[in-house]
Design a protein around this ligand. Structure first.
Ligand code: E4P
Length: 225
């Protein structure tokens, strides 16, 4: 399962890229707005931190196909080949995805709330579809079930489209989809940290170090070998 950071906080991205096996960064206009910086500036910084080998997701802003296509061409020209253009999964968006597929520009159908919306984005040629797990939950539906249905559709019909589950509030939501086999998740930094944040783990980690120090008076194997 690919793991992306759903954030534009530069310091947080630097820390997580350094520590975890991260495949890239996803953004949207709201995430960019949180930084208070110019989109060009913050996205360029993110590209520099993650390098060319990791994937950057940037959202097209217009809501008409022509405007989306123009945004997409410019986004990829500016941020490089390993950039995926997020496109709202609305009728004009599907039209844009089809055209961009022909041009060889990679896309992600975003703002996906129903399995059939995901199906349309995949059939139009999107490389990814992004169901919003927690936001679906907040509407009184089950975001995990919706995402699993989407995964089944991709597999049963052989669409070359990865389900990129998004909008998580906790690591258990991620776990359930990881077990199910979804291809990718994108998470806020605190959700990723919570994969390993556990007092029981911390205690054992501390105990091992203390026991070694008690035994040898040293802090590492290299000091006793
Ligand atoms: C992903 O494509 C979305 O931009 C994002 O995950 C939405 O998450 P939120 O519900 O935490 O804002």
């Amino acid at each position: 399962m690919k793991l992306f950071i759903d954030d534009a906080d530069i310091e947080a991205i630097k820390r997580l890229i350094d520590l975890y096996p991260i495949d890239g960064v996803t953004t949207n206009p709201t995430i960019l707005a949180r930084t208070g910086k110019e989109p060009k500036e913050v996205l360029s910084e993110i590209r520099t931190i993650i390098g060319e080998e990791r994937t950057l997701f940037v959202q097209a802003v217009p809501l008409d196909a022509e405007g989306i296509i123009e945004d997409a061409r410019k986004i990829v020209a500016y941020f490089g080949k390993n950039t995926i253009v997020k496109i709202p999964s609305i009728p004009e968006g599907f039209k844009a995805i089809r055209e961009l597929k022909i041009e060889g520009i990679h896309t992600c159908g975003t703002i996906v709330y129903t399995p059939l919306q995901g199906y349309l984005a995949a059939k139009a040629g999107a490389d990814y579809v992004a169901p919003y797990v927690n936001r679906i939950d907040n509407m009184g539906y089950d975001g995990i079930t919706v995402t699993k249905k989407m995964q089944d559709i991709m597999e049963n019909h052989g669409y070359d489209c990865t389900v990129l589950a998004a909008s998580f509030r906790n690591s258990n939501q991620v776990l359930e989809l990881c077990e199910y086999g979804v291809g990718a998740v994108t998470c806020a930094t605190d959700v990723i940290d919570n994969f390993v944040k556990n007092v029981a783990i911390d205690k054992v980690v501390d105990d091992f170090v203390k026991d070694f120090e008690k035994l040898t008076g040293k802090h590492s194997m290299k000091d006793v070998l």
